[in-house]
Design a protein around this ligand. Structure first.
Ligand code: SF4
Length: 273
């Protein structure tokens, strides 16, 4: 079994535990893909991160790389997080009363800092008003039905489906949640695991329907890693050599033509010869 890489591939700190699931039998092609990824990458289940911090982290990471958002997160925690002398510190309360210009300056490395600082303050205010604070919000995310949690998260300004699903997975530890980021969206449609014109939500619905719940969290992080290593947006490994891609036999290569070297978005159909 491969070891977990040094780099955190899921967009921030995550609480995870090693898990083993069977990779021998698959009822769908999507499950077969995840099984093969399970032979290649570490198998993990997720859950246990602080839900509000997870929410803040995913807002910071919108439209930017982890390299840019991590320093912003660190600076935010340094300025607004707990120090050793305050055991009752509540991050949501601290951010709800933050001055927007000061927060924007603190998170400037993440880009779109005016917009993101407004979203974070707005989310913090809602969480304080509706739940009483970050701890109570964490309990809500862990304990209430996933559909109710997802609906409540999506109702917060700045929270889209991927953010909601990441909070459900990494903080809620929910089985059956397969967040769809840009890598997952591309690979699922290229491989033919979802229709070529499927949007993020439709890809999520296909993957969650076809992959057993206990494999979804692992499938999400492993597919991101696979996208970075083998099936990148512009240079999928099969362009040079079919044998260079370990999932070649599972793949329809929609929008990818090893013959001509052309690569287009799957929604634009087969790559022109
Ligand atoms: S065969 Fe090509 S398009 Fe398909 S998963 Fe592998 S690298 Fe990506």
């Amino acid at each position: 079994m491969p070891e977990e890489p040094q780099e955190n591939i899921s967009g921030g700190e995550t609480a995870s535990t090693a898990a083993r699931f069977t990779t021998s039998e698959a009822e769908t092609r999507a499950e077969a893909v995840v099984n093969d990824l399970g032979e290649r990458y570490w198998q993990k289940t997720y859950g246990g991160t602080n839900a509000f911090e997870s929410l803040v982290r995913t807002i910071l990471s919108q439209n930017t790389s982890d390299v840019a958002s991590q320093p912003a997160h660190d600076a935010l925690m340094e300025r607004y997080g707990a120090d050793d002398s305050d055991a009752d510190h509540d991050l949501a309360a601290a951010l709800a009363s933050a001055e927007q210009s000061a927060l924007a300056e603190t998170i400037s490395s993440a880009g779109l800092y005016n917009q993101k600082s407004s979203m974070i303050i707005g989310a913090a205010e809602r969480i304080c008003d509706e739940y009483g604070g970050a701890d109570e919000f964490g309990a809500f995310v862990r304990e209430e039905p996933a559909t109710a949690v997802r609906e409540a998260l999506l109702d917060i300004h700045g929270v889209g489906p991927k953010t909601a699903d990441c909070v459900l997975l990494f903080a809620g530890g929910r089985d059956g949640v397969f967040p769809v980021d840009t890598h997952v969206h591309r690979i699922a449609r290229r491989m033919g695991l979802a229709p070529a014109d499927a949007d993020h939500e439709a890809v999520r619905e296909h993957l969650e329907a076809d992959i057993p719940g206990e494999k979804c969290g692992f499938g999400h992080t492993a597919m991101i890693q696979f996208g970075r290593e083998f099936c990148s947006a512009r240079e999928p490994a099969c362009l040079d050599d079919p044998e260079a891609c370990p999932l070649y036999d599972h793949c329809d290569r929609v929008g990818v033509s090893p013959e001509s070297g052309a690569v287009v978005d799957p929604s634009k159909g087969a790559a022109e010869e």
